[in-house]
Design a protein around this ligand. Sequence first.
Ligand code: AKB
Length: 313
Amino acid sequence: MRTSEKILVIGSSGQIGTELVQNLRAIYGIDSVIASDVKVTEQAKEGPFEVIDVMNADSLLEIVKRHKVTQIYLLAALLSATAEKMPKFGWDLNMQGLFNVLDLAKEKHIEKVYWPSSIAVFGPNTPKINTPQYTIMEPSTVYGISKQAGERWCEYYFNKYSVDVRSLRYPGLIGWKSAPGGGTTDYAVHIFHEAIKVGKYECFLSENTVLPMMHMEDAIKATIGIMQAPTEQVKIRSSYNIAGCSFSPKEIALEIQKHIPDFTITYKPDSRQQIADSWPQSINDEYAQKDWAWDKKYDLQALTADMIKNLKK
Ligand code: AKB
């Protein structure tokens, strides 16, 4: 592995960024990983940090040049529920941010780009069970439309300009170190906090809504794994399906009750139900397994036990 790597993580104080920065710093060293967000956060105390508005291409270029950045992980985005409330801003942020970073790679200022896609690229006409890599997509949310368009642009920049861009379609991500914000799958994190704090949880999705989910440790392993994979192994340059485990609110509540027997759950579906109903229930990730040896660690039982153990601490 190259030791002269300089990595910029944009949107580093969010759910994924918080853990990704810690993991990248453990591998590459603190000074080789620059955290950045639209405002100064606690992360600024832990190592190099820049305030970056990803919409501002000039300041992005200045920071990339100043730090001699070689790789960018672009995590700044509006997630599904928030983007439905601000469709125009959601589209602008999710697309312009991506163009600004892809253009840096096209103009050879950086060598490699990571950009997250999502199961939101799929829509109501997609086969819901074991959703294949290649299938009907037709997303019905602003977030999903921006992710699908983004995937097309990533592949385009790879084919036309040889931009080394790599991407994963994340399912709902569940971790104890950082909180999610603005997603439809967020309930699967909140439920643990509430179960431990007050012993009950009101879920904004209905009890049998099955969605694909993943422990954050697996997501970080997949993210760094695809970025470190030899170029020739990364055969899909739009975005790879990756799978963790699938469950409904009722199933996770039953699993939590094995650790906290008095835990109770009630259901009050809101506008996020419609988004969840348009998404797959389970994902086929055979291409990721075959191409760059992706393998997950956590199932629902292991994920629940790990969340409860760590949040109780
Ligand atoms: C969301 O719920 O919007 C995200 C996602 C599945 O991409 N967690």
